[in-house]
Design a protein around this ligand. Structure first.
Ligand code: SF4
Ligand code: SF4
Length: 540
């Protein structure tokens, strides 16, 4: 594995443009900046073409003989199928407004990470084979041949885009590089050129219902482990149900919440909240993944993996679905689920059984986000909260790209956090809400062999955290995304040591005063609560 440079070395970023035109610069694929190729067994499990073991650093990628024809046919098919793709191939005026908006460009200085140039890598092929000017004038018209170098370059840079859509916010034409990247990855997929960090979890999901490949009994025992911790902390015994037919609500969350800290503390927060409300809900050990790594493979794969959620809701006969804290899970649910696998006419428009609020925003999907559910509870004064239990935390909030830009979900998380914490500070305005910076590891890039790529891509986000860390003493980065809970801790350790990461419902769980609970002395991490530890005052 490539050695990760020190932060002081990585921070030396040159933004000086190269002297040669981009087409004349041969791309060097540097270790640490890309992920392992998808393994044959995972490609085969997903029934993807050209299943074989391959390594991106190898000269020979073991492509089928007709690979070029496959890609060109794939482009043709998608130009006909996706109008946005066709329009985005034609309308860029190269104004450069998007150029410095990508976190990967800001963190690497590599011009091919400018969104305009990332698109150009594919657009140049489009021009060569699908436009008259490109066919006649070639390079003069910005066209180039599809050869193996061009293919490798597209692979390298399309797996350096997290499909975050920040660039599209600044484009006067609304060109969405995320959509171009999605299509670019679909084309690569036709040749079996995905990465293993995407295909492995997607294959697990296809076989077992979740990215981690957890069996039903493992899911149940993971949750039981949390229940035992919760009983120690609160004195309350919680008994959730699994796969219960006739429950009012099906709860679906990313499997990361069941497996790795700090997501596990978020899951504990959910369990406490639902118990306190006496919610008629059930977990499912089959629809056991809200996330969807199929989305980073192709629209067809995303649809396939998403199918289980409605299928399980139908099997159990629930009225509506509640979803946990996740980013890309919600992009898929919010923007695609209804047309992928809906309409979900067998369910009802979600109504909170506690407040009576009808969530008309979910009229069609029948699924709401737990943060809007909780914000509504707080608004109606239905929770007994003691925010001083989070007084050891000085919190800021990272908007996940997918919930922020993909859903317009800005106020609810802030409202919840400010109701359960006394110390909150926003990061600078141009780094939050719709202008939020990506964690640098989204869209399936959260592997370990590409750490330099992730630390570079996460640099602008970390820089904004560093600002509030130094100015206000921020020591906790809250979020509502499972990928963030996995990717931000190493990013913070690297760029802003001393800042930890928490899901919003972990903070809710800390503050929630439950009926009949014993006096709490520790938080959900088993760390002393302010003023309640045996030794006296906790550090603030
Ligand atoms: S979608 Fe995000 S990662 Fe991709 S080019 Fe745009 S800003 Fe960069
Ligand atoms: S902002 Fe839009 S039009 Fe301008 S260079 Fe970027 S993609 Fe092209």
């Amino acid at each position: 594995m490539a050695k990760l440079p020190k932060p002081s070395e990585l921070a030396q970023i040159s933004l000086t443009p190269p002297k040669k035109p981009w087409m004349d610069i041969v791309t060097e694929m540097r270790q640490g900046m890309f992920c392992h190729g998808a393994k044959a067994k995972n490609l085969a499990a997903l029934e993807l073409p050209n299943a074989r073991d391959w390594k991106p650093a190898d000269e020979d990628w073991h492509l089928p003989e007709d690979w070029k024809e496959t890609v060109l046919n794939g482009i043709k098919e998608r130009l006909e199928k996706f109008r946005t793709f066709h329009v985005f191939m034609d309308i860029c005026v190269r104004c450069g407004a998007c150029a410095d908006k990508c976190h990967f460009f800001l963190g690497s200085g590599d011009p091919k990470n400018m969104p305009v140039l990332r698109a150009e890598l594919l657009r140049s092929i489009y021009r060569k084979y699908f436009t008259t000017a490109g066919k006649v004038f070639g390079k003069t018209a910005g066209a180039r041949e599809l050869d193996i170098q061009a293919l490798k370059e597209i692979w390298y840079y399309y797996f350096q885009c997290t499909e975050c859509r920040r660039c599209s916010l600044f484009c006067p034409y609304g060109i969405d590089q995320a959509e171009i990247t999605i299509i670019g990855r679909e084309l690569l997929n036709l040749l079996g050129l995905n990465i293993d960090w995407i295909c492995g979890p997607a294959a697990n999901c296809y076989r077992k219902g979740n990215h981690l490949g957890l069996e039903p009994h493992t899911i149940k025992s993971s949750i039981e482990f949390f229940l035992s911790d919760l009983e120690d902390i609160t004195g309350i015994s919680i008994e959730p149900t699994f796969n219960r037919k006739g429950a009012e609500i099906l709860f679906v969350t990313p499997s990361g919440d069941l497996f790795a800290d700090p997501g596990t503390y978020t899951a504990m927060g959910y369990l406490m909240l639902f118990h306190e409300l006496g919610l008629d809900y059930t977990w499912s050990t089959y629809a056991s993944e809200g996330g969807n790594f199929g989305f980073f493979t192709s629209m067809d794969m995303a649809k396939r993996l998403n199918y289980k959620i409605y299928a399980e809701a139908k099997r159990l006969g629930v009225k509506w679905i509640l979803g946990g804290e996740c980013g890309h899970m919600w992009r898929v649910l919010h923007q695609y689920m209804d047309t992928f696998n809906g309409p979900a006419d067998f369910m009802e428009v979600p109504v909170s059984p506690i407040t009576g609020t009808k969530f008309n925003s979910a009229k069609s999907t029948k699924m709401i986000h737990i943060v809007e559910f909780t914000a509504d509870l707080i608004k109606h004064n239905k929770l007994n909260l003691d925010p001083s239990r989070n007084d050891h935390l000085v919190v800021t909030y990272h908007d996940s790209c997918n919930t922020a830009r993909g859903m317009g979900f800005f106020e609810e998380p802030r409202y919840v956090i400010n109701s359960v914490c006394n110390h909150f500070h926003e990061m600078p305005e141009d780094t939050i809400r719709e202008k939020t910076f990506c964690c640098g590891s989204g869209s399936g890039l959260n592997a370990s062999e590409n750490m330099e790529q992730r630390m570079r891509g996460g640099f602008p986000r970390a820089n904004a955290v560093r600002h509030v860390h130094e100015k206000h003493g921020v020591n906790m980065l809250a979020n509502i995304c499972a990928i963030d809970r996995a990717s931000l801790p190493p990013l913070m350790d690297y760029w802003v040591p001393g800042v930890r990461v928490a899901g919003t419902h972990e903070l809710v769980g800390n503050a929630l005063v439950m009926k009949g609970e014993k006096e709490r002395t520790v938080d959900l991490r088993n760390e002393p609560l302010p003023g309640k530890s045996e030794g006296g005052e906790a550090d603030v």
